[in-house]
Design a protein around this ligand. Sequence first.
Ligand code: NCD
Length: 308
Amino acid sequence: MGFKGRDIIAITDFTPDELLRLFNVAKEMEKYSKSRIELLKDKILALAFFEPSTRTMFSFQTAMQRLGGSVIWFSRAEAISIAKGENLADTIRMLNSYANAIVIRHKYEGAAAFAAEVADVPVINAGDGSQHHPTQAMIDLYTIWREKGKLEGLNIGVLGDLRYGRAATSFIYATSMFKPRKLYLISPELLRIRNEVRDYLDSKGIDYVETTKLDEVIGELEVLYVTRVQKERFPDPAEYEKVKGSYRVDLKVLSNARDDLMILHPLPRVDEIALEVDQTKYAYYFKQASYGVPVRMALLALVMGGVE
Ligand code: NCD
């Protein structure tokens, strides 16, 4: 299946070959990510952000403008008629009639899939609750592909909130599509992966371990994907208090790291990576954030018909 006209709801909807096609287009787009290539002239992208965002929203905006298109957007539900009681379906119907594609971020799981049912134009999921964040996973894989030159056969660690984190969950799905050598899932007990993710890994025959101790596995890792505790998703604040600040990547733990370790983070960072790590050769997270523009340029161009 091609990308044109397609909804982007979950990373698992894509095949490895489709993702590699996207990455090849994204590499081309790097040439234009600080200038302009008029592939989506006259097209309008709607950005419907019902939850806070910095990188995702600005990089979608930047990407669309670098492609010669324009954006309409809101970033607070209070700013639009939702605050007057309008329901999500009506808001999406309206955006559908104005724009050529819709990007949506919402706190409810399934919100993007619901929007895709209401809209005729393509809907791109920019995060739905704890569930999926497919375009972040595309950027994460792209960073590994560009910087390591391969995606398969790697020892990959994912550290942090594996229970509520949609970026971590989508990354686990995504990396599992490219035959990791071994997956190390590192988290406090309370924040272990959800059963549906465990079932997915089992069904794919992935070799994985779940552990609470980063220092015991750091020496194995070629990639370490770090995420913050998703404070806003905890049903019980007391539960959050038990896990906050319970893990941290610093120079001490990195003294046992492999030379070729790459540290990724979808950002925002709170305190789970010490600032001292930013100066080390392991830190790739700002580079990763910068790849958000070419990857989203490629995705928009493919979905909206600017590239065949
Ligand atoms: C992530 C998100 O919103 O899920 N942020 C992002 O898009 N880069 C990660 C997070 O908020 O921790």
